[in-house]
Ligand binder design. Structure first.
Ligand code: GLA
Length: 397
């Protein structure tokens, strides 16, 4: 039996029956993610190595015969409805814009969707760098595809791009492809090496003697979106300047560390630093894959520490709260390494730890982090989970 048919789904089904007086026909999910390494590389055509986590956005739904979409959110206690023939961004519709955006993006693929009645729920912490938006987009895409009899029509990477396009063009947030990709294609006990240029991917088994602890700084991320766009711009400037010496490059993905050093005089100091992070981070992803395959967790942890340092110093996207979080994690014997994960400026850090040491790491976070920041954190322990799923429910008799 699918692990999707748990108590949470039962609660959604009960709500669905009460609200719509019918049985839902299927359940769809899209998980959040934590990125092990490869940060701020996806929009540079580079490499990333995320895992899907045991937190998701989930729908129970039933197709309608018309083009109406009705959705109730358990957490927000709100319901919204919209017409598939009239999709326009609407401030008053809050999170429903993501849902409309996915419907719009699927239609842009030439697909004809049917309306749905739905109840949804999410337990990916919102605005914390664990990709609650991607989880919402991907579960929405799965629900619409399943309800419309279109499951299997789009392959996984295309679903990820459809979800990303919804966020970029409908909602207006400039994210890369990583979050949606792992939410669609994640696999239990595996990290996913994604080539963000070709959108090819490879599963990398997680060593059995590795566990993950995620620490949520719960610090404000008000800087995140403006700084994110600024970093992207700095990378583009770097590429434009480096092209005067390296005409074949189209993204920082194409530049080696040796080339960057050779041509550093072409770049303003800050742009050089941003490029150095991206170029070195891409190299670390390859080294991380080798370390995980070899079961060398000490090396894997050192790479995570080096990634954090590069993000802190060269890319300047860490924060005192994130630095305090990784320091607390690393203070525990059995923690191999820790780094900020996601865009930065708050949000979460991830630690690679020896199994059995998760609680000690959590205790250290609760002991040291609030003293350093005056903020009470949250800690999540997670297995590496599967990507998006759809499970049919039995029709009511
Ligand atoms: C956010 C974006 C991703 C990626 C990361 C940084 O999570 O949504 O596409 O760019 O930041 O690695």
């Amino acid at each position: 039996m699918s692990d999707l048919l748990d108590e949470r789904t039962q609660a959604l089904i009960a709500e669905f029956r009460q609200r719509y007086g019918a049985e839902p026909t299927a359940v769809a999910s899209g998980p959040g993610r934590v990125n092990l390494i490869g940060e701020h590389t996806d929009y540079n055509d580079g490499f990333v190595l995320p895992v899907a986590i045991q937190r998701d956005v989930r729908y129970v739904f039933r197709p309608r015969t018309d083009r109406l979409v009705r959705i109730f959110s358990m957490e927000f206690g709100e319901s919204y409805e919209f017409d598939l023939d009239n999709l326009a961004y609407n401030d008053a519709m809050l999170w429903t814009n993501y849902v409309m955006g996915v419907a719009w993006s699927l239609a842009e693929q030439g697909l004809t969707l049917t309306g749905i009645d739905a109840v949804m729920s999410g337990n990916v912490p919102r605005g914390s760098g664990l990709s609650s938006s991607a989880a919402l987009e991907v579960s929405t895409a799965q629900a619409f595809l399943a309800a419309s009899g279109l499951l299997g029509v789009l392959d996984g990477p295309t679903i990820a791009r459809v979800a990303q396009r919804a966020e970029n063009e409908f909602v207006g947030v400039n994210c890369g492809i990583m979050d949606q990709f792992i939410s669609v294609l994640g696999a239990e006990n595996h990290a996913l090496l994604i080539d963000c240029r070709s959108l090819t991917y490879e599963l990398v088994p997680m060593p059995r003697d590795a566990a993950l602890v995620i620490g949520n700084t719960r610090a404000s991320r008000s800087l995140a979106s403006s700084a994110y766009n600024e970093r992207r711009q700095e990378c583009e400037t770097g590429v434009a300047l480096l092209r005067t010496a390296l005409p074949a490059i189209t993204a920082l993905r194409d530049v080696t560390s040796a080339e960057l050093e050779q041509h550093r005089d072409l770049l303003p100091a800050v742009v050089y630093q941003r490029c150095r992070h991206v170029v070195s981070e891409n190299e670390r992803v390859g080294q991380m894959v080798a370390a995980l395959r070899a079961g060398d967790l000490v090396q894997a942890g050192e790479l995570m520490n080096a990634s954090h340092e590069s993000l802190r110093v060269d890319y300047a996207v860490s924060s005192p709260a994130l630095d305090a979080m990784v320091a607390a994690m690393r203070s525990v014997p059995g923690c191999y390494g820790a780094r900020l994960t996601g865009a930065g400026f708050g949000g979460c850090a991830v630690a690679l730890v020896a199994p059995g040491r998760e609680k000690a790491v959590a205790d250290a976070i609760f002991e040291h982090y609030p003293k350093a920041t005056n903020i009470w954190p949250e800690v999540y322990m997670t297995h590496v989970s599967n990507g998006a799923q759809v499970v049919k429910l039995e029709e009511a008799k």
